[in-house]
Design a protein around this ligand. Structure first.
Ligand code: IF1
Length: 416
C-alpha cells in the first residue's frame, strides 16, 4: 500500500492522486520533447510562496521559476491588471502604437535610470537584442571594421538557449551538437578583471556578464568585481552589459545586482520577474547613445511591448517597489543565510548567497537526491551541477515561513 500523502484524506484518495500525477507525466513522456527531466511533481495551483500539486499537497517554492516569481505566485495586483486588460486589448504588433506600452517603458526607464527601453519577450531575446545592439554600436559609433566586432563573455555563463547564445556557452549540455558556433565571442574566466583587460582589442564592442552566476551555482564574485569591470570598459571604450535576467528586480537585495558595486552599466538585460511570472516579458535598457543604433525596421518582435505585457509589467514593477522587495530580500537573505550557516553535515561543503539567492554546495553529487527528499517533505528546489542546490524563494516570503522551510531542509539533510 502506498503511504498516505499529506494532501489526501484516505488511502483511496492517495492512490487516485498518484494515478493523476502519473497520467500527466505519461502525457509528457508520450507527447513532449524530452528536453527536461523534472522532479516527478505536477503542479496545478500557486499562491505567494506556495504551490500545490494535483494530489493536493502543498510545497514551498524555493525556485520561484528561476526567480521569475519574485512577487509570489499569482500576485493579486498583477493578476487583476492582466484580467482587466484582457477584456480591452492584448496584441496589435508594433506596426501601430498601443496606449499601454508608454507607461511600461517610462516606468522601467525610471527604475533602471536609463534613457531608453527596448521590449522583447524571453530573456534570451533580451540578450540577443543586447548582442545586436553592442555589435551595431561597435560598427556605427566605435568604428570597428565590418564583421570584426568582438564581445567578451565569461566561463560558466548562462544567458539563454538560442543558437548564438549557446555558441559562447562553456557547458557541453548547452552547446553540444548545436554547431557551427557563431563567431565573434571571446571567453574569459569569471571574477577576473585582469583577464577582461587582457582580452580587449580595438575590435571589442562589449562585455556581457552576469552580476552573480546563477546556473554556475550562485557564484558570487568578489566585491568590487563589477566596479573594476566598469573602469576597464570605460577606459577602453567597451560597452558593459549586465545580464540581470535572474539577479534583477530585488533578487539579490538591491533592485539590480550591479547596484551593490555602485556602478551604472551601459546596457541592462531584464526578464523573468519583470512580469512576476504572469507572462513572458523581457527588455533591454540603455542610454540613447547606444539605443539609437536600432533604427526603424532593424530589430523587433511581434509580441514585444504588447498592451497586455505592458500592463502586467507595470503591475509587476509596482509590486516590487510598493512591497519593498529588494529591501526584504536583503534582510531575509541574511536571515536565511545565517540559518543555512548553522547546518552541520560532513557532505556539506559551503553556503553562498546574495540576498534571497542562496545555494548550498555538497562535497558529493547528491544535490538531486537531496531535492527529492525535500520534495517528499513539502519543499521544491532545484539542483545545479550535481553538487549544488539553489534556494530562491519568492521575495514575499516571511521569517516564519523561512523558519518552517528550514526545518524541512535540516530534516532532509539528516537523511544523508
Ligand atoms: C531553462 C539556468 C537559471 C538566465 C540568465 C538569460 C536567461 C536566463 C542569467 C534566459 C534563464 C533559466 C532558463 C531555464 C533555466 C534557468 C536557469 F539554470 F538554466 F541557468 F535561472 F539559473 N540570462 N535562465 O538565468 O532567459 O530565455 O529562459 O527567458 O530551463 O533554460 P529565458
Amino acid at each position: 500500500m502506498p503511504p498516505v500523502k499529506s494532501g489526501a484524506k484516505t488511502q483511496k484518495d492517495a492512490q487516485k492522486g498518484q494515478d493523476l500525477t502519473q497520467k500527466y507525466i505519461d502525457q509528457d513522456k508520450r507527447f513532449g520533447a524530452q528536453n527536461y527531466a523534472p522532479l516527478p511533481v505536477v503542479l496545478e495551483r500557486g499562491q505567494g510562496v506556495f504551490v500545490w500539486d494535483v494530489e493536493g499537497k502543498r510545497y514551498f517554492d524555493m525556485l520561484s521559476a528561476y526567480s521569475a516569481v519574485n512577487q509570489g505566485h499569482n500576485h493579486p495586483k498583477i493578476v487583476a491588471a492582466a484580467k482587466a486588460q484582457m477584456d480591452r486589448l492584448c496584441l496589435t504588433s508594433r506596426a501601430f502604437y498601443n496606449d499601454k506600452m508608454g507607461d511600461f517603458i517610462e516606468k522601467l526607464a525610471g527604475i533602471t535610470g536609463m534613457e531608453k527601453i527596448l521590449a522583447m519577450n524571453s530573456g534570451a531575446e533580451a540578450v540577443e537584442t543586447a548582442i545586436k545592439g553592442m555589435r551595431r554600436w561597435g560598427y556605427e559609433v566605435k568604428g570597428i571594421p565590418k564583421d570584426k566586432a568582438e564581445i567578451i563573455v565569461c566561463e560558466e555563463n548562462f544567458h539563454g538557449r538560442t543558437s548564438t547564445i549557446v555558441s559562447f556557452s562553456t557547458d557541453p549540455d548547452s552547446y553540444g551538437g548545436y554547431g557551427p558556433a557563431m563567431p565573434g565571442f571571446k571567453i574569459i574566466p569569471y571574477d577576473d578583471p585582469a583577464a577582461l583587460e587582457k582580452a580587449i582589442t580595438p575590435n571589442t564592442c562589449g562585455f556581457l556578464v552576469e552580476p552573480v552566476q546563477g546556473e554556475a551555482g550562485v557564484k558570487v564574485p568578489a566585491p568590487g568585481y563589477l566596479r573594476k569591470c566598469r573602469e576597464i570598459c570605460t577606459k577602453h571604450n567597451v560597452l558593459l552589459c549586465t545580464d540581470e535576467i535572474q539577479t534583477g528586480f530585488g533578487r539579490t537585495g538591491k533592485m539590480f545586482c550591479f547596484e551593490h558595486d555602485g556602478i551604472r552599466p551601459d546596457m541592462i538585460c531584464m526578464g523573468k520577474a519583470l512580469s512576476g511570472g504572469c507572462y513572458p516579458i523581457s527588455a533591454v535598457a540603455a542610454d540613447d547613445s547606444v539605443m539609437k543604433v536600432f533604427k526603424a525596421g532593424t530589430h523587433g518582435s511581434t509580441y514585444g511591448g504588447n498592451a497586455l505585457a505592458s500592463v502586467i509589467a507595470v503591475a509587476a514593477l509596482g509590486v516590487i517597489v510598493d512591497e519593498k522587495l529588494p529591501e526584504r530580500s536583503a534582510e531575509l537573505g541574511a536571515y536565511f543565510r545565517a540559518k543555512l550557516d548553522t547546518l552541520k553535515h560532513p557532505k556539506l561543503r559551503t553556503v553562498r548567497n546574495k540576498g534571497l539567492l542562496l545555494a548550498i554546495e555538497f562535497t558529493d553529487p547528491i544535490a538531486k537526491d537531496f531535492c527529492k527528499k525535500m520534495k517528499a517533505k513539502g519543499l521544491l528546489a532545484k539542483d545545479t551541477h550535481a553538487v549544488t542546490v539553489r534556494f530562491a524563494p519568492p521575495l514575499v516570503i516571511t521569517k516564519a515561513q523561512i523558519d518552517e522551510a528550514f526545518v524541512i531542509i535540516e530534516a532532509a539533510l539528516k537523511e544523508f
